[in-house]
Design a protein around this ligand. Sequence first.
Ligand SMILES: Cc1cc2nc3c(=O)[nH]c(=O)nc-3n(C[C@H](O)[C@H](O)[C@H](O)COP(=O)(O)OP(=O)(O)OC[C@H]3O[C@@H](n4cnc5c(N)ncnc54)[C@H](O)[C@@H]3O)c2cc1C
Length: 425
Amino acid sequence: MSERSEFDVLVVGGGPAGIAAACCAAEATPRVAIVDDNPALGGQIWRDEPAPSTSQSAIWYQRLARLPVQIIAGTRAFAQAGPHILVAESEDGVCELAFRKLILATGARERFLPFPGWTLPNVMGAGGLQALARSGLTMRGKKIVVAGTGPLLLAAAAHLRQSGAEICLIAEQASRRHLIVFSVRLVCHSSKLQDALALRRELAGVPYLTSCWPAAAQGKEKLESVMLRRGAKTWSVDCDYLACGFHLVPNTELAALLGCGVEQGRVRVDDLQQTTVPDVHCAGEPTGIGGLELSLVEGQIAGHAAAGAPDAARGLFAKRKGLRRFAAGMDRAFALRPQLRSLPQADTLVCRCEDVPLGRLREHSSWRAAKLLTRCGMGPCQGRVCAPAVEFLLGWNVESVRPPVFPVRVESLTTTVTGAPPTLS
Ligand SMILES: Cc1cc2nc3c(=O)[nH]c(=O)nc-3n(C[C@H](O)[C@H](O)[C@H](O)COP(=O)(O)OP(=O)(O)OC[C@H]3O[C@@H](n4cnc5c(N)ncnc54)[C@H](O)[C@@H]3O)c2cc1C
């Protein structure tokens, strides 16, 4: 039998959106908790960041520390046990988290597209390699090609360079024209403009090629070189690592499991960040990729709204509107170009958990049929990597979701407070 805790406001996800949501909720209501699957809060951007006391992250951490918010770290919500009850797993076992109001702030992950050689050792996600460097992987003297699309490539490249790596080049699939239009928008957002200028300084001298992408990763036992394509030209660059990502994908699975409407890969929310399910709010990247500032503002709105203070939330609507406009511009600038659909060959693995190549997927007409007959998306990552790729490559609807939303221990599926298994509808 597992433990059950009860909260007025439960926040799933302890990144910037979740921290902001919990602070605003806890300033107006008791019994607020954040559950996050990592040992420390901070999400993708703040988790391992050494924070000077004046930084934005430190200011939010200090605000959170002054409030009676319960932090449930190293714990992952994976199913629901009934209305207003989530089930979560940690190293210590399974627990039930009952809530009056729920705020989903589950963030985003990198999008990977398959190309020949992408499963070779040392071909990594750009954010993933950055995270490894933050947690101590030696980068000094390593030659790195950074490729794919989106602003994360620049942030990752700058960090890897600071860690002592040599960035051979950054290959951005977006066109120069799209990026110029996007850059003009930066002028209206002074903090983003400053970030962009700082990145430019940090990456001075590093070639940044637009309309350029990785055609193949090459090597015997591990990566030795990357073949790049730009227009009709292809060439190879020797390197130790390829840091590669094609922008981000919202983590919508838990919201979908709870029955929240998801449209075009984003959780649908109203002005108060309320989803289509009563008492369930959503904030940050699951509602669309918008960056740190938008996650913070949406988190605050969701926190105020969940704590019954809609007027405080309304004061942030104008700021959110400007940031959403910026996010829409980012979506347009870094939209994947159709040529990337021809990157994988018939024998290129798409589902690396279950070894399913593109040719086998093409024998089927839908994600469901392919899952049933090839096990694509049924391995340890539960489709987190291959589903967004398949959606882009084959145009299939991949939005079906079943519990558990993460792989869990068998005993976690069978143990709840009531002794009944979590709802596996
Ligand atoms: C790999 C990666 C690297 C990035 N690096 C940068 C960078 O260097 N600079 C930059 O400006 N932006 C970066 N970004 C973008 C940045 O993460 C976002 O702009 C911002 O952090 C979003 O905040 P968030 O709170 O919405 O989500 P996140 O910061 O992603 O936080 C979501 C949290 O929820 C947790 N979670 C998700 N599901 C569950 C669950 N079911 N149970 C429990 N916990 C759960 C996640 O583990 C995570 O800790 C990066 C994004 C990614 C994916």
